[in-house]
Design a protein around this ligand. Structure first.
Ligand code: MRU
Length: 346
């Protein structure tokens, strides 16, 4: 079976190729994005989504968006590169991977101040490829570091989609699940459907079915009852931003899962690559939470499920305090409170 490639270079190297996740699970469509507008729109509308995937998509897409301008005056070209990077960095505010990837690309532009346009573009292409390759490697390392937690027969609860569709590789929260399955262990995943955009039922269930891994979809409100019934052994979730003290922003509803897990003595692990750890943000209160269009709540596939003008709150993420997190499984190892996120750690 071909691996899922949520984000990659197009074969001709002039675009970023994504799987359009707005269309799953009904249709599998790949799209090649080239212009800044196409990229911003794809990230804003969640055609490409998941913290690591949007960082990688922006890095490759930045190179693609600059191609038509490579022969302009080098000073203007550098300014344009910085402007595109800054525009992309701001499309979604919560996932740190997006500004993290754009900061890497901008730092390169800054350091190569004497380069010609083609030289700078070549360097940016290599950096984007490094970001892509590193993301794949980090997913594999998270899987290896989390493998011991997914024992034979494990019943794993997850929220949103932190699988292959959310990264350039095999995912973060689902990476240990994929490796446990490959090692011959029986694993059963319970996927919260994840209101309002249903990343759990549309995406997690789709990619696990494709891999032959047992998956049961729950509505978000069911998780606590299953924990109370003793049907969940471990929670594995992803992260959009892990603050320096371990407070973690992830898809709205994650906090409620963590509260329920603590009450029922179910271990709750966050799985995140090093690129999601934000040393510059001291704690969760400083994390900006993306507020999205109220119609995402009022409508499902265009059909009204609430009065047209109903007042709605639609924060896309919430923050789980470090005190509720059993550990953070990263590519560099498993971190526990007090969260210092130093490497090597000890
Ligand atoms: O709004 P989304 O679908 O981009 O939100 C994604 C999540 O919350 C994921 O759990 C997180 O980005 C980690 S993905 C490895």
């Amino acid at each position: 079976m071909q691996p899922i490639r949520a984000v990659q270079w197009s074969p001709t190297g002039d675009a970023v190729r994504i799987i359009d996740q707005r269309r799953l699970p009904g249709e599998y469509i790949e799209r090649d994005l080239r212009t800044l507008d196409e990229l911003c729109d794809a990230i804003a509308t969640l055609a490409v989504r998941g913290a690591p995937a949007i960082g990688v998509a922006a890095a490759i897409g930045l190179v693609a968006s600059l191609l038509p301008f490579v022969n302009e005056d080098p000073r203007l070209f550098r300014e344009r590169a910085r402007a595109h990077a800054s525009m992309l960095a701001g499309v979604r505010p919560t996932a740190v991977n997006l500004p993290w990837a754009m900061a890497r690309m901008s730092a390169l532009v800054q350091s190569l101040h004497a380069a010609s346009g083609p030289q700078l573009l070549d360097a940016l292409r290599r950096e984007a490829t490094a970001i892509l390759d590193e993301d794949r490697a980090m997913c594999n390392a998270i899987g290896a570091n989390g493998l011991a937690f997914v024992v034979d027969g494990a019943r794993v609860l997850t929220h949103c989609n932190a699988g292959a569709l959310a990264t350039a590789g095999i995912g973060t929260a689902l990476a240990p699940v994929y490796l446990a399955h490959a090692a011959g262990r029986v694993v059963h995943v319970f996927a919260n459907e994840t209101r309002p955009l249903l990343q759990g039922s549309r995406l997690t269930a789709w990619e696990l079915a494709r891999a032959g891994i047992a998956c049961t979809i729950l509505t978000d409100a069911m998780a606590a009852a299953l924990m109370r019934a003793g049907e969940i052994d471990i929670v594995l979730v992803g992260a959009d931003r892990v603050a320096a003290n371990g407070d973690t922003a992830n898809k709205i509803g994650t906090y409620a899962v963590a509260v329920a897990a603590r009450h029922h003595h179910v271990p709750f692990y966050v799985c995140a690559p090093w690129s999601t750890i934000d040393h510059a943000t001291s704690n969760g209160d400083a994390i900006v939470i993306e507020q999205r269009d109220p119609d995402e709540i009022r409508l499902v596939h265009g059909a009204a499920i609430a009065p047209r003008d109903a007042v709605v709150r639609n924060p896309a993420f919430d923050v789980t305090p470090a005190a509720l997190i059993t550990g953070v499984i990263t590519d560099k190892g498993v971190y526990r409170a007090p969260y210092l996120f130093t490497y090597p750690h000890g």
